[in-house]
Write a protein that binds this ligand. Structure first.
Ligand code: COA
Ligand code: UVW
Length: 332
């Protein structure tokens, strides 16, 4: 376990938050829950029926978790009414709300957070990102002043001198499929804030491309160049630059040769990918080939922390994302 995640766990313990785990159909949820409770990182609510809980938690101590059966819980009616109220402009009926929230615990979990009964949600070990994040986009929405929810991974690369001693934020690797320049600029600014909150160091943001400072010509490059312009205009105080190839962004000698005047080249610790193909493939390459810890997709720009996981995650990854969710909730 890296010192990054140990520090995050310590921060989570200082002001304990309540996190909902809706995936009672997956054994890893309970393995993670037992660990979170043993280490006293967070208060946990697990959503599920008695059968689901019993089947998947056998042999694990989750006695300190609050178990909520949505079919019998006394507040379910309030949550359903809240759902109807929030989505009335979309024509959501009570019957549809009931079917949706009881048929998909992610909706139920988001409603609990929206109602103020929990501080965050972690899910996605056995649900796709689209199905995990759609309920949060519909119910929790963006935080004030932010137009876009996006996502990032905290990557902790072992034996790595690049980034912040091997710690990076990679964005967006989970949500926005083909961001235009304006969205890319927003992702970069949010990623810088996420880095500052979680890593507690100054972010140095590189907007990645297959080109460094004009070395290639293509509309895809132009998109990144324009994103850099917008981000610099919106946040002139940020250390942010591009367009940069990955080696120019993180390797000091290559940065000095390909982008000699850049304040970020060779030193970037926040990597912003031009689209979701690059971001998702990029994080999985680093996770699997460099054996990096990969925590996410963590959301940014959302009003309350509702975070996703890869279906390839381990129970330990879930524990890490729960701790990160607590630290985000402390900052709300
Ligand atoms: C997350 C995702 C499902 C949302 O798109 P969608 O299902 O088509 O959702 P919609 O466009 O119908 O939007 C649903 C709601 O979310 C909102 N929304 C969608 N994307 C948003 C964003 N990035 N930020 C803020 N709100 C957003 C919409 O405005 C809409 O709100 P409304 O229903 O209140 O009007 C989609 O972006 C997606 O599939 N992303 C890729 C996920 C993925 O497969 N990742 C790879 C593995 S990690
Ligand atoms: C983040 C991600 O790629 O999720 P999954 O592996 O579940 O598709």
């Amino acid at each position: 376990m890296s010192s990054f995640i140990e520090k995050i766990k310590e921060r989570a313990k200082q002001d304990k938050k309540t996190i909902v785990l809706p995936e009672s159909m997956d054994r890893r949820t309970f393995e993670a829950a037992a660990q979170v409770l043993k280490e006293d990182i967070a208060n946990l609510i697990i959503i599920g029926t008695e059968e689901e809980i019993a089947k998947n938690s056998e042999g694990l101590d989750i006695s300190k978790a609050k178990i909520i059966n949505p079919f019998t819980y006394e507040k379910t009616e309030d949550y359903l009414n809240l759902f109807v109220e929030l989505r009335k402009n979309k024509g959501l009926t009570y019957e549809d709300a009931k079917k949706t929230a009881l048929g998909d615990y992610m909706y139920y979990a988001c409603l609990m957070v929206k109602a103020g009964d929990a501080d965050g949600v972690v899910s996605g070990a056995c649900h796709s990102t689209a199905n995990t994040l759609r309920p949060s986009l519909q119910i929790i929405k963006t935080k004030p002043g932010v137009k876009l929810v996006s996502s990032f991974f905290v990557m902790v690369v072992p034996n790595c001198e690049y980034g912040e001693n091997g710690v990076f934020v990679f964005a967006d690797c989970g949500l926005e499929q083909n961001p235009d320049s304006e969205k890319l600029a927003a992702i970069a600014q949010c990623a810088a804030e996420s880095f500052e909150l979680l890593v507690e160091k100054e972010p140095r943001v590189a907007l990645l491309s297959h080109s460094s400072m004009g070395s290639a010509k293509h509309a895809d490059v132009d998109k990144v160049v324009e994103a850099v312009r917008i981000a610099k205009e919106n946040a002139p105080e940020l250390k942010l630059d591009g367009e940069l190839q990955l080696d120019a962004a993180i390797v000091p000698s290559v940065g000095a040769s390909k982008a000699p005047n850049s304040p970020v080249a060779g030193k970037a610790n926040v990597l912003v990918f031009p689209d979701l193909d690059a971001g998702n493939i990029g994080y999985k390459l680093v996770q699997r080939l460099a054996k990096a810890e990969a925590y996410g997709p963590v959301t940014q720009g959302i009003a309350m922390p509702i975070n996703d996981l890869s279906r390839g995650c381990s129970a330990e990854d879930i524990v890490g994302v729960v701790a990160i969710t607590c630290v985000q909730a402390q900052a709300k």
